[in-house]
Every structure is written in C-alpha cells, then in structure tokens.
Write a protein that binds this ligand. Structure first.
Ligand SMILES: O=P(O)(O)OC[C@H]1O[C@H](OP(=O)(O)OP(=O)(O)O)[C@H](O)[C@@H]1O
Ligand SMILES: Nc1ncnc2[nH]cnc12
Length: 239
C-alpha cells in the first residue's frame, strides 16, 4: 500500500538546448527545438535540465514522505490520500510549487510555457494559483456547479466515490490559449476528463494535465486525451 516515487509522464524530455531559444528565433547554428523533432532520437540533456532533474528528484522524495493515508474515508473501501501536510509546512509547500515549475520549464521552455493554469475545485486551488504566478500565467478555476456567476459551460463526470458537475466561465479562456490543467490527484480520471472537455469547449489548447499523485490502479489517465504528468504515483489496489 506504500506510495511509490515516480516521475510519470507521457512526455519525452524537451530537446537539448545550450542556450535559450524560441520557436521563431532558434540560436544561430542550432535547429529550432520546437520544429520537426524526432521523438525517437536519443537526447542529451543540457546542464540546466540535468540540474533541474536532480533538484526535482530531491524535492519529490521530500513530498512523498509528507503524504498520509486514511483507510475508509470518505466511504468504506477508499484509501484516502491526504496531501494537506504539504501545505501545513512552508518548506514543503515551496518544494511542491518549485517541483511543478521545474517540470513545466524543463518540458516547455520559456517560449512554449502555458498561458493559463486551470485548477480543479477544491484541491487544485491550493497550488494552481501559486504555480501560475511562478510561470507568469493566468489562473482560471473549474468549479462545482452553481458557484460561478455569468455565462458558463457545464460538464458532468463520475469520480471514485460519486457523480458531480463542473463549470467554467465562458470567458475564462481565450481561443488558442495554451492551457495546463492541475489537480492534486487523478483517481478514475473523471474529474480531469470533464475539465479537459470544458477547456476545449472554450477553445483552449490543452497542452498537459499535471497531478501531484496518481492512483495508478484506477487507470484514470486512459480517459485523458492530452499528455499526463504526475509527480508521484501510489496506491497499489487495496487488498
Ligand atoms: O480522478 P477522479 O476519480 O475524478 O478523482 C479525483 C478528484 O477527486 C478529488 O476531488 P473531490 O471531488 O473529492 O473534491 P474536493 O477536491 O472538493 O475535495 C480530487 O481532488 C480530484 O479532484
Ligand atoms: N483515494 C483518494 N484520496 C484522496 N482524494 C481522492 N480523490 C479521489 N480518490 C481519492
């Protein structure tokens, strides 16, 4: 039942760069790293990316140790993963936001990073806004039905222990904006899939889902049609 540390991602690492570049202005003599990348070619990580990977590894070890599990909450048979100790400790809170920042910058670089972080109610609100601020992105909430004023889009979903409706404000995302969805946990994937469909209904380009923790045995990522990254994976199926 113990949590396993993993950097779980469907992304290949970002191509090597010796100096920063953008899609329109790659460094002189270098191929544009965002165009025509051979996904299967072996890659050399830059010094910065290697340093980032080492820092990420040490941060996630600390984060994993902070998690607590509560059997039979909120209903019998559910092993509840409690992430709140991370937020009770400022140094772990900082470690979480820094780990996610490293992941996004190592994956997308400055030039391709998201315009908008979308966070899911309620636990996606705990770190989505801080991550957005670090990345210079906007933060837009996905809320449970009936909480947001003005015109909204609605999507229904089923989760590990119930059914619900999510909403976003129609003007929350401008067509073509690059969107990254964050939440604390992916279990069945129902919540995240509904959030992804809302982002697309609003015209956003969904670049990635990012979670702190993944309940691997529920195979929630199979419901998602964008890349998925989780800092930690955990919970083998309960006996
Ligand atoms: O992958 P899924 O099966 O959809 O489950 C994951 C979702 O369940 C939890 O939220 P919950 O709906 O319990 O609400 P809360 O964040 O308001 O506590 C969790 O924070 C995720 O949002
Ligand atoms: N097992 C679990 N622990 C914490 N949050 C959850 N959300 C859905 N399943 C969960």
């Amino acid at each position: 039942m113990s949590a396993q540390l993993a950097f779980s991602s469907s992304h290949p690492p970002r191509p090597a760069e010796d100096s920063p570049s953008t899609a329109s202005h790659p460094p002189p003599g270098k191929p544009d790293p965002t165009v025509g990348v051979d996904q299967h070619a072996p890659r050399r990580l830059s010094t910065a990316a290697t340093t980032g990977a080492a820092e990420l590894s040490s941060l996630t070890l600390r984060l994993r140790q902070a998690l607590r599990q509560f059997p039979d909450f909120p209903s019998p048979g559910i092993l509840f993963e409690d992430i709140m100790p991370i937020f009770a400790d400022p140094s772990l809170h900082e470690a979480l936001v820094r780990a996610l920042e490293i992941h996004v910058l190592d994956t997308y670089g400055e030039s391709q990073k998201p315009d908008v972080i979308v966070g899911l109610e309620a636990r996606g609100f705990l770190f989505g806004p801080s991550l957005a601020l670090r990345l210079g992105a906007g933060f837009v909430p996905v809320r449970k039905q009936g909480k947001l004023p003005g015109p909204t889009e609605t999507a229904s979903y089923k989760k590990e222990y119930g059914e619900d409706f999510f909403q976003m404000q129609k003007d929350g995302i401008k067509p073509g904006q690059r969107v990254l969805i964050v939440d604390d946990i992916i279990a069945t994937g129902g919540s995240a899939a509904a959030a992804g469909s809302l982002v697309k209904q609003l015209g956003g380009t969904l670049i990635e889902y990012v979670f702190i923790l993944e309940l691997d045995f529920l195979k929630g990522r199979a419901k998602l049609d964008a890349p998925v990254y989780t800092l930690l994976s955990s919970q083998e199926k309960a006996e």
